[in-house]
Design a protein around this ligand. Sequence first.
Ligand code: UDP
Ligand code: MG
Length: 346
Amino acid sequence: MIDGSSRHLLEQRPYPAKLSVVIPIYNEESVVPLLRPEVETFLRHVKCEVEIILVNDGSRDSTLELLVNWAKEDKRVKVLDLSRNFGHQIAATAGLDSATGDAVVLIDADLQDPFDVIHQMIERYTDGYDVVYGQRRTRAGESRFKRLTAWLFYRLMRAIVFKDLPVDTGDFRLVSRNCLDGLKSMRETHRFLRGMVTWVGYPQVAVIYDRNERVAGRSKYPLRKMLSFAWTAATSFSTLPLKFNLLAGLLVGAFAIEEAVRALIAHAMGRTVSGWTSLIVLISVIGSSLLIGLAIIGEYVGKIYEQSKERPLYLVARSFSMDNSGATVKDAPPVISKVHATDAGS
Ligand code: UDP
Ligand code: MG
């Protein structure tokens, strides 16, 4: 588990010289015509260079044509067209990988997350925060079931897997260049971006906002996908499920002892057919030792799993040193360890 209470020295920094906005888009032909005016209004109020990265995640409708036409008319807009549908987390990763801004915002296309909030995020960025995540106060237009499962999901994840995962946050967030470089060094296949951003660390802060209804079209996350996403999240941040075998093994082991005692007593009282006692005890002992053996293998598989993610061993946010005059503290650029190792932090 990661200790979320790290203290950082916050230092004011200038408004980003360049802002990247990454928008993953899948089958949103009814949304794109509404998205464009929103983006344009937003752009009028941003005080720096902006690039808008539209990632077409293998849409099957006319989304790509609409995006390309937009890019032809606006130099700030770039379209990344993925070769097929890879899913939201990978599409977002593709966009983040190609972002060149000092600060990068990830936002959905469906206008559930208001573009206005980005201004507040930039403000917190200038306060010195490296990650500013949107935290939902309300979620308009989402079914009671979806709200309940989301509520449960975050609480469960925090309770058993990842205690510092901020509750009620999606992927809508702003990250600084330093943090993004850390994130980009994590090339694991099964991605749970919001957890990965928490893993990366750096000063993080929330901006509270009200989530809107989807402007058009339908959610691309039906129950089946939501469950599979939750499963990825749970298994990519913890090897705890592998330890269930150990628990089962110990329980069966305890049962074996209880059965052995009972069988021995029955044997002593002459109430058994010969051979029964040893059979029951043997079966329970074998069952228990198999499960415990499996749990031990699970431990190693878990370690291999963590190692195979090849995450950096650590990230240095900043380093301070006195210069020759001895007067000022120099802030050296951050370091990403070249050595890869296990995810000791989660
Ligand atoms: N999306 C994507 N690839 C997918 C599914 C969704 O790029 O395979 C995009 C989608 O177009 C939207 C964002 O990811 O911009 C979030 O999806 P959605 O709004 O359907 O999710 P929800 O808000 O319902 O959780
Ligand atoms: Mg949505």
